[in-house]
Write a protein that binds this ligand. Structure first.
Ligand SMILES: C[S@@+](CC[C@H](N)C(=O)[O-])C[C@H]1O[C@@H](n2cnc3c(N)ncnc32)[C@H](O)[C@@H]1O
Length: 370
């Protein structure tokens, strides 16, 4: 979702940022926001832009005042409430320390489209790539979250092969998520399940010793990484994909198709992209009738707004969103020695994609510069 502002738009937005820097009154800012008109689809963007810049500048009172004027933007309205309740433009919780907000998001329309795409990719992959043995093949799931999707993946595999067991290696930094995932896998997979958990650690923090221990589990049928690799900082992605390539010949990735890395901190483009995508996530949660009002709020506050704030405020040490576009993922995967089997866009109000990768044959690998 690339946005480009015309010169006139940027000139008008500069009037807003200058007034925020000069700490002008809320009324003056509101007046400008209401007078200017941009060529972008979201006509409330001046209010959002001003609100975010004010919040970054610790002018919370004015930020709330400006954002409360949003009539349509769920992002603007919920951020105003969040700031008024917490009196801080800061992440209140570490995302993924609690499984509940994620349980709520899994019921939304966007997540259901992603889930269907992951299962589709797993089905297609498994039909074309049988396991070495149906006795207890090993798969790795990176960032299994609450384990619900992991269970569905295993059930999908069971529909294709008469598996007599499964060995799951789960790599998950959140202790609580891991505990929920392990329990769910044991309770819901109708066959013997062996679980090797690598907890409290991110993919990029795996030690050499842990990586060597993983090698000992080969052959590894495939590695699934659904909505987890964007948490790996961009500069480490190639190295981590290369490590995954040494563990298994197949890697199934599902990711958001957007690039934040190219956008400058506090730029109109970054604020537009992040607020627009967060708005779509929030709208989707609000429209999900099977989720209770308190669960919707906890999902929005501790998941979507919390993540958006780390990006909008550029809190590097807390930032967990390092999105890349589909084509950037493909470039990085090729540099890590993979070739693309298939990539498929996922139809939803936010662009996601699935990507099936397999190791390049050894002869081609010589040509890969690493
Ligand atoms: C958005 S959830 C995805 C859960 C599940 N795979 C799914 O698709 O529904 C991301 C998961 O990745 C985990 N995670 C976060 N950073 C990670 C990292 N650097 N390496 C591995 N997992 C990570 C989170 O704790 C969380 O469980």
């Amino acid at each position: 979702m690339k946005i480009s502002f015309s010169e006139l738009d940027l000139e008008q937005l500069t009037q807003i940022s200058q007034r925020v820097t000069d700490e002008k009154s809320g009324e003056e800012l509101i007046d400008i926001c209401q007078r200017i008109s941009l060529s972008v689809p979201n006509q409330e963007f001046p209010l959002i832009y001003a609100g975010v810049l004010l919040a970054r500048n610790n002018q919370l009172h004015n930020a709330i005042k400006v954002l409360r004027l949003c009539q349509k933007s769920a992002f603007g309205k919920t951020l105003a409430e969040y700031l008024s309740e917490t009196q801080r433009f800061s992440k209140q919780v570490k995302v993924f320390t609690n499984a509940k907000p994620y349980d709520a998001w899994m019921q939304t329309e966007i997540y259901q489209s992603i889930r269907a795409a992951v299962l589709d990719m797993v089905k297609r992959f498994s039909i074309q790539n049988p396991p070495h043995s149906v006795d207890k093949p090993t798969i790795i799931d990176i960032g299994p979250g609450n384990g619900v999707l992991t269970v569905e993946i295993v059930k999908q595999l069971q529909q294709v092969y008469p598996l007599r067991g499964i060995h799951l290696i789960l790599i998950e930094p959140s202790e609580e998520m891991m505990a929920v995932a392990i329990q769910h896998c044991h309770e819901s997979i109708p066959m013997p399940v062996q679980i090797t958990p690598l907890c409290n650690c991110t993919l990029q923090a795996l030690t050499i010793k842990e990586q060597q221990a993983l090698q000992e589990h080969q052959p590894i049928w495939f590695i699934n990484a659904s909505l987890s690799l964007h948490h790996v900082p961009t500069e480490l992605k190639r190295l981590n994909l290369k490590m995954l390539n040494s563990l298994s010949t197949s890697l199934l990735i599902t990711e958001i198709d957007d690039n934040l890395g190219e956008l400058e901190d506090a730029s109109p483009e970054l604020i537009y992209t992040m607020s627009d995508i967060t708005d779509r996530f929030i709208q989707d949660v609000l429209n999900t009738t099977s989720v209770s009002v308190p669960d919707k709020k906890s999902c929005i506050d501790s998941f979507f707004l919390a993540d958006a704030i780390t990006v909008l405020k550029n809190i590097q040490e807390l930032r967990v969103e390092h999105w890349m576009s589909n084509s950037q993922w493909i470039d990085v995967a090729k540099l890590a020695g993979f070739q693309v089997v298939k990539t498929t866009p996922i139809v939803s109000s936010i662009p996601f994609f699935s990507l099936e990768l397999k190791s390049q044959p050894a002869s081609d690998e010589l040509n890969v510069s690493l």
